[in-house]
Design a protein around this ligand. Structure first.
Ligand code: GTP
Ligand code: MG
Length: 227
């Protein structure tokens, strides 16, 4: 019983902080997206391919979470945009308090995009609102097409599923159509883009999707702030 109570308290506190973050993103017109997947599905490589496609001066920053190591931040910092590593020290997800702490020193008003790479985990991060505009789930072709059914929460909460590593489809027993059907069974509204960060397939579609979310965000923010 007490375990349930504590968990509820933690989630309630997180929700409060997440709402504060959401309000800050809204006020400053920042499009914040939260990338979630199993370990190794290709979040960081996709972000490397994303950052290298952006013009210098693009107002983007990245927070990347891991249990240990600064490896991902080092990979992403090469492109010259602000990047910070969040080391959770064993916690299997990022929470709103960690995000707020690591945003210190950055002026949100100077950003159009904030991309969060969550800790590699398909379960825990789905319970933690980070104030983001949307969650994006990555499912790679080496994980099995049944994952949306086995781990429905994150697929139900995501606006977009990126089916990653599609370059491996000729070599792995993975039924991509079934994977897409399973994701749509859990979330009929979910958008799906197939990508390969090694061949570049689908990356134009992903970039367009990201930019369109930011345009929508800045339109909403300027309507609500009267800017
Ligand atoms: N073939 C292929 N390999 C990929 C692709 N994307 C990523 N990889 C490889 O998959 C491995 C994991 O990629 P990462 O980008 O580090 O995955 P991640 O999701 O950031 O991993 P964590 O942060 O540890 O959860 C690396 O060896 C990548 O080179 C892809 O599109 N195709
Ligand atoms: Mg990573």
């Amino acid at each position: 019983m007490s375990r349930v109570e504590i968990e509820r308290k933690v989630l309630n506190e997180n929700q409060l902080l997440a709402e504060q973050l959401r309000e800050r993103y809204r006020a400053d017109g920042v499009c914040c997206v939260n990338l979630i997947s199993s370990p190794g599905s290709g979040k960081t490589l996709l972000l490397e391919r994303t950052l290298e496609r952006l013009a210098p001066g693009t107002r983007i920053a990245v927070l990347t979470g891991d249990l240990q190591t600064e490896n991902d931040a080092k990979r992403l910092a090469r492109f010259g945009f602000p990047v910070k590593q969040i080391i959770t020290g064993g916690t299997c997800h990022l929470d709103a308090r960690m995000i707020g702490k690591h945003l210190e020193g950055w002026k949100l008003a100077e950003l159009d995009f904030l991309i969060i790479e969550n800790v590699g985990n398909l379960v825990c991060p789905s319970s933690y609102d980070l104030g983001e505009e949307c969650k994006i789930v990555l499912l790679s072709t080496t994980e099995g097409e049944d994952k949306p059914l086995k781990y429905p929460s994150i697929f139900a909460k995501s606006a977009l599923m990126l089916l990653t590593k599609v370059d491996l489809l000729p070599y792995v027993p993975f039924n991509a159509e079934l994977a897409r059907d399973n994701a749509r069974r859990v979330n009929p509204q979910i958008e799906i883009i197939d990508v390969s960060s090694t061949t570049g397939e689908g990356l134009d579609g992903w970039m367009q999707w990201l930019l369109s979310r930011q345009h929508r965000r800045s339109e909403v923010s300027s309507r609500t702030t009267g800017a």
